[in-house]
Structures are given as C-alpha cells and as structure tokens.
Design a protein around this ligand. Structure first.
Ligand code: GLC
Length: 828
C-alpha cells in the first residue's frame, strides 16, 4: 500500500556525468506509521509503505537512523571503524498528536521525535532541548521502487552553512551547492567541477554559532542538494541502498570540535604517522633514470635544503607492471635506495591498482589463478586499459584479494622502499579511444561498468554499490599488508581516492591540480574541508601538478603548503624543473627558508598528530571551526589554522607584498616575525615581502620549535625552544616519542604540560618510561610580544642573567636548566 504518491524530478548538478546521472525518480513516500516496536537499544518503525525505519543512539549525542524500503539488510559498512554498541533507549507511546519520543537514560541525551502521521518524520534535538534538524514535512523520506533510489529532505534555515564533504573544488561553505559523491579521475579540474577523486558524505552544519554533523553512510552514487533547488530545505539521497545516516548533535556546546570527535570515533582516526613523513617530500612524473634520482637527493644535501622523501612515479616500473623495476632505468633499486638512505632520504613508490594482462608476468598470472580480480557481469575477468595497456583489477572488497595484493609489498619493503602511493584507484580507466570526441571529465568509460561484480566482503554487489570504496579498500590493502610485513614500523600510504574511514589507512592528496594562482587559493577551502571531513593528513601538489608555475607562484605555494600536513612538490610529465633551487639563487634562498620554517615547527606538528589520534582533533582547521561564535570567520577562505595556536595567512595573489589578515574574535595574536600584537575581531594589513609567510601565534600558547635541521634523523638530541605568546593564560602540550614504531602505545613517549599564568610559565615533563632516543630537551624559552626587556627574569626563584632581548622581533630568549620548571617569571 503506498500513500501520498509524490512525483518530482531530481535537479541535476552542473556536471557532465553522462550515463551515471541520476535518472528522474518517481518517488513513493514512506507513509504513516503502521507499527512501532523497540528492543533495548533500537526502535523500529514499520510504515504503511512497507519501509522500515530503525533508530538507535550510538552515544547520547549521536543518533543513527536507517530507512530501508523493505526489510533492512545485514548492517554492513566500510566506514565504521569498529562494531558499535548503542545505548539503551527509552521510548514513550505516541501522544495525542501522534508523536513518539525516543531518548537514552543519559543525563543530557539527544532526543528524537517521531511524527507518526500523515508521514513518518524525524526531528532530532540536542541534550539541552535545542533543535538540531527536522525532516521537511513537504518532502518526507521517499524511495523509487523502479530504480531503488532513496532520499530525504530536511528543513533548512537559510542562514545555515555546510562544511566538509571531503574533496570538493568549491567555496569554503557548501551551502546552496549541489554535490555529487562518485569518485572520479578529473585531471586539471576546474574550480566547481564536481565530483573529484575523493568523496566523503559527511558535513558539519553551522547556524548561529551552533553546529551539528550528518554522515550519510551510503556507498552508491549519492548527492546532497544543500539548498540549491530550494533554500528552505536540503536533500540527500542515493541511487541505491538504504537511507542510512548518523546525526552528531555536538554535545552540550554544540561545537564543531565535538562533532568531529564523535564522527572520528565512529569512522576512525589516523594513527600517528612516521615522523619522516611529516618532512618535505620531492616528486615529479618522473625522476628517471636512477642517476637523476640520486642527483636530486645530492642536490638537496649540497644546497642544505631540508628534505626527507623522494617519490618515484610510474616510470620506475618495467612497462608499468606493478611491483617491477625497469631493467634499463632502475636496474639496481636496492643500491639506489641504499645510497639515498646514506644521505637520509626515504623512497616512496607509486603503486596503481591495474595489473597488466600479460601471461608472462608472474603477478598477473598469480592473481588470475587465485581469482582475485574484479569480474564483469558475464563473470569473466574485467579488463580495461590504464598505463600498462589492458589490465585486470584486484577486487579490494574481497579480503583474499586485499591480503594477496598487500603481500606483494614485501619485495619492495625488502629493497628498502619506505612508503607507498596508491593512485588511479577511483578506479580510473582510460576510455576506449575515440579520436573525434574529447574525453569528458565524467565520461562513464573512465571507470568500471556499473554492473561489474565485487565480493563486498560477504555482501556481494555491483560496481554501482562499491565504486566509492574501491580506493579506500586499496589503501587498506596497502596499509594492512605493510603492517603485517613490518609490524614494528608505521606505514606511510598516500591515496588519491577515498571514502569515509580512509583516514584509518592513508594520507590524501588532491590529485591533478593546476599551476595557477586560482588553484593555489583553492587549496585552502579544499584542504581545510577535507581535514574537517575527518582526514587529517592532507596536502596538494605544490606548484600545481599541470603546467609550470612561475618562480613567484612556486615560492608562494611552497609557503602556503609548508604549514599543511602533507608537504610535497609534484609535477606532471613535461613540465619545467621544479626543485626548490630551480628558479635561481634568490628564490633558492627563499624556498630554503620556507622549508626550514616547516622543519622548525615539526615538534608542534607531530604533537598535533598525536592529539588527533588520541581524541580526533583536526590538524588543519578552518577559522570557523575554532571560532564558531565569530560570524566573520564563516566564509573566510584565505587563512587557516594549524592546530589551535598558529594562524597562517599565505599570500595568494601575484605581485602582492602585503595582505589583509583577519584575527578571530576571542584571542589576541602575536606576529611571528615582528612580535606585533593584534586584538581578536580586527583586521590588519600586514607586510608580506616575497620571503615572508604571514604567521601568528595565539596569545596564551606555547609552541615547541627546533632549529632548522636538514632531515628528521637529525631531530634526536637537538634541544627545543618553546615559543610562548604572552598576553593570555593558557595550557599547551608537547608530545615526543621514537618517531616510528608502536612503543608510544605502551608508554614509550613523553608528554610535557606547559602552563602560562600571567607572566609566569611552568613546565611539567612526564618521565618517559623508556626514555626514547628521540626525546628532545627543552633548552630555551622564547617569549613573544614583549615591548621591552623585562626588569628581571627568574627561574624557580633564582635570578637569571643569561637572557637576551631582540627589540626587532620583540622576543626574549631565556635558557632553561631542565624540563621541569615550577616557574619562569618575568618581572616587567
Ligand atoms: C596521475 C596522478 C599523478 C601522477 C600520474 C602518473 O595523473 O594523479 O600524480 O603523476 O598519474 O602516475
């Protein structure tokens, strides 16, 4: 029995999605309640249409809703990190208006109100009774029996903004945008092109300082119309599967940080990366032959430009066969990698999913015998062209295929390869050659046929169902393969495609961007939104992949990227040389200083990653995320925060030597370069000559820095300096450990707690259980933002004479005797 049949036509996004477009749907709505039942931890509502709606509470602040057009299937998700244990629920019978109230027994629990007629509809309230979101009564939950599509609309306050959604070349807030989730190989994407490589169907909403989050866990092609069709509602749906989503109320404070913590508790966090992977990485398509790779490594060291990693793009292989080496250009890989190791370079190699169909190629044959490749609808091995020509593709949704592919990394690890870069895993294929037509960004021939078959880890399904998780499951195969082969080391995996949960396995970069100022500016909304989509280890190709940046563009891009998590220059084949020294001595000096700045800040960046793993906090943050009460931050897309304490305002415009900076309300900020103080809630025009990245430290913060070393192996033993920004009280934290391995999970790490109160600083170091060789002592404290030298400096009551004050930078430098200091007191 179907009620209120409602027909409407889906508005299409502005993509050229070809045959993948969402077909017009003939919607049947969910109908009124037929029967409500509940187990201890789940409410179940059967509706007149036959649809089933399940509601549970993952925590008191996280509501899980599942609408299935028929009897719900087994719960299956690639996004969720671990089985969930929903809380016990209470359910009150329907009142006179037909409303059922659901909640938990927690003191402050989210509440769900089910409107039972004329259509079943859901409203979620936070623990204090504030409205979070409500179904739009005019557009109830609906499904299209002919196509299996499903969707729902929520009421929208027209001032509500939306952030997240993974990788989108869109403005900072995605309100009034139509977004499609379908991982796509989109080289040289123009701003606005959608979708791109990586899709994460999670967003954080912000309305008058209060936020909430929504995660639509559906791996089919899906869409979010965030008020584009009608500003008074937003709609999300998919071409198949269930309407399975989580609402994160943000807890009592309704803060974005709470939303992200809860989302990352559900979908997982990035384990602490190896320290070296936070260093500078140099790449191009391709450094070849091996002599050129050696030369690059030696140039860095000869010129004293810090770096840790060189990437080998596809030309190192033999005819692009994965896990092989070109006998001509890379005839002695072990020697090459060993030589680079002597100058402290790590090697990362690209590994694509396509396995060349070649009966003389043992890896292909092995995979074929094991039956690990994706099959077409007819049940034969699916073949499609990529770099090597005709390829077969491991079915990464099959545990056996993942284990097999993961084991292949062993040979490369034995040679000394340190990390792996998974590309083309949307999956991307080359469409059949058609000389008379251009290849469109979203040509359906650029991936597998939608009816190709996947194992789905026990829930077999079509490519239409599993396309969006192919990339993250490849990254998982890589991560788990390396973890098994080298359990004592932390894997570095880089992936181009992903879905919610990809952060458990890999860092992510934003694919084939363009060497233009416009693309440089785009990196800030792209990377900050990816970051608050739960993926902390993010970066963009420095200089822009396609084309050749001018010296100025490259220098400015390097500056902007130097305080983003994944820090790599990469360039397309045929582009001009793009090493930090490629633009002459003056730019070499500037670029060296930029990379040195990054290395100086590594102790801070590393601590942020440790904090991310511990509690889900973002490393890179848009300003609104920390300052949700300050509306001037909501659309601010040319500045970002690294952690809570560093405000970065890169130059994004050609020829500019100063720029306007906004200082968010609630904190004061000290200029890194000259110690000038800026009150929160103000704008300032700051000087930004070519060799300066405008950078500010939050008053009250203590930021750990080190001298400008040349690679991360030099960190052990180097004393740290704490940069303390005076002007507010505050607490900071420093994390240290061996830089690799898992000793830190057994207490082999050290935390230093730092407190600033008035003009007094105190340090409290936990003793490391096994004092690891990496522990760096705090040798100095530098106080920022002083107008004049203090009258007296004392440490634990003892007057200190050896301090120095630099009037130009307004910095006071004090030597400390140890890591446990009750009080460094400045008398002014
Ligand atoms: C893809 C990648 C790019 C790489 C190229 C060759 O375009 O996005 O980074 O250089 O393939 O492997």
């Amino acid at each position: 029995m179907r009620h209120d049949k409602l027909v409407h036509v889906l508005l299409l996004g502005c993509t050229l999605a070809g045959a993948n477009r969402d077909a017009p749907a003939a919607w049947s709505t969910v109908g009124p309640l037929a029967e409500a039942t509940a187990t201890s931890d789940q409410a179940r509502f059967a509706t007149a249409s036959g649809a089933i709606v399940l509601v549970s509470f993952i925590t008191a602040d996280v509501v899980h809703v599942r609408m299935s057009p028929g009897e719900p299937g087994r719960e299956m998700s690639y996004a969720i990190a671990a089985p969930q244990h929903p809380l016990a629920i209470t359910m009150r019978d329907a009142d006179a208006d037909g409303r059922i109230v659901l909640s938990t027994q927690a003191a402050r629990s989210a509440r769900v109100i089910i409107q039972t007629r004329p259509q079943l509809a859901i409203t979620v309230f936070d623990g204090k009774g504030g409205l979070v979101l409500a179904d739009d009564a005019a557009r109830p939950m609906a499904m299209d029996p002919a196509t299996a599509a499903i969707e729902v609309s929520k009421q929208r306050d027209t001032s509500e903004l939306y952030y997240g959604f993974g990788e989108k070349a869109m403005p900072l807030s995605r309100h009034q945008q139509y977004l499609t989730m379908w991982n796509s190989d989109t080289p040289k994407y123009a701003p606005g092109l959608d979708p791109l490589y990586q899709d994460i169907p999670f967003f954080i909403a912000l309305r008058q300082g209060a936020s909430y989050g929504l995660f639509f866990d559906n791996t089919y092609r899906s869409y979010f119309d965030m008020g584009k069709t009608d500003p008074a509602r937003y709609t999300f749906g998919a071409s198949g599967g269930e309407l399975d989503y989580y609402v994160f109320t943000g807890g009592d404070s309704r803060s974005p940080a709470n939303v992200l913590r809860d989302y990352s508790a559900l979908t997982g966090r990035t384990p602490l990366p190896p320290l070296w992977s936070l260093g500078y990485q140099q790449s191009r398509y391709s450094y070849t032959p091996d002599a050129r790779v050696r030369e690059i490594g030696h140039e860095f060291r000869a010129r004293h430009i810090p770096a840790d990693v060189i990437h080998l793009d596809i030309d190192y292989m033999d005819g692009y066969r994965v896990f092989t080496w070109s006998p001509k250009d890379f005839s002695e890989p072990q020697k090459l990698i060993g030589d680079l190791a002597t100058v402290h370079f790590k090697v990362v190699t690209i590994v694509d999913p396509g396995v060349k169909v070649d009966l003389n190629y043992p890896i292909y044959r092995d995979g074929r015998e094991r039956g690990v490749y994706v099959r077409n609808a007819a049940g034969d091995e699916l073949h499609a062209a990529v770099w090597p020509g005709e390829c077969a593709f491991p079915d990464f949704t099959d545990a056996a295929a993942r284990a097999w592919f993961g084991s292949l990394y062993g040979a490369f690890l034995d040679l000394g390869v340190a990390g792996f870069w998974n590309d083309m895993n949307e999956p991307a294929t080359f469409p059949p050659q058609r000389s008379d037509e251009p290849i469109l960004a979203h040509d359906p021939g650029k991936t597998f046929a939608l009816d190709a078959r996947h194992a789905g880890d026990g829930a077999p399904g079509t490519h239409a169902r599993y396309h969006n998780v192919y990339g993250m499951q490849m990254a998982r195969s890589t991560f788990e393969g390396i973890a098994k082969l080298r359990p004592e080391r932390r894997p570095l995996v880089l992936t181009r495609a992903g879905y919610s949960g990809v952060q458990r396995y890999a860092a992510v970069w934003t694919g084939d961007n363009v060497a233009s100022w416009e693309h440089l500016a785009l990196t800030i909304p792209m990377l900050t939104n990816l970051s608050i989509s739960g993926v902390p280890f993010v970066g963009a190709d420095i200089g822009g992949y396609a084309g050749s940046p001018s010296a100025e563009l490259y220098a400015r891009w390097l500056q902007a990227a130097s305080l983003t998590p994944f820090f790599r220059t990469h360039a397309e084949i045929g582009s001009a040389d793009r090493e930090p020294w490629s633009y002459g001595p003056e730019f070499e000096r500037i670029n060296r200083a930029t990379i040195e700045l990054r290395y100086r800040l590594l102790p801070y960046l590393y601590t942020l990653f440790a904090e991310h793993e511990a509690n889900g906090d973002a490393v890179l943050r848009p300003l609104w995320f920390e300052y949700p009460a300050d509306v001037r931050t909501y659309l601010l897309d040319d500045q970002f925060l690294l952690g809570r304490d560093l405000l970065v305002a890169p130059v994004l415009v050609s020829g500019a030597v100063q720029r306007r900076v906004y200082f968010p309300q609630g904190d004061a900020w000290i200029d890194w370069w000259n110690g000038a103080r800026h009150q929160g809630g103000t704008f300032a025009d700051v000087a930004a000559p070519l060799d300066r990245l405008p950078l500010f430290v939050r008053a009250g913060a203590a930021v750990p820095v080190q001298p400008a070393i040349e690679h991360t192996d030099q960190m052990s033993g180097v004393p740290l300096t704490l940069l303390v920004a005076l002007g507010a009280d505050g607490h900071s934290h420093l994390f240290q450990d061996a830089g690799d391995g898992y000793g830190y999970r057994n207490g082999e790490s050290r935390n230093v707690q730092i407190a600033l109160y008035r003009n007094a600083l105190s340090l409290r170091a936990e003793s490391a259980r096994s004092a690891s060789r990496r522990v760096q002592r705090i040798g100095f404290v530098e106080f920022l933002g002083l107008d004049a030298a203090p009258k007296r400096v004392s440490i634990d009551g003892r007057i200190v004479r050896d301090f120095s004050f630099d009037a130009a930078t307004r910095r006071l430098r004090v030597g400390t005797s140890g890591d446990n200091v009750r009080e460094i007191l400045l008398e002014r």
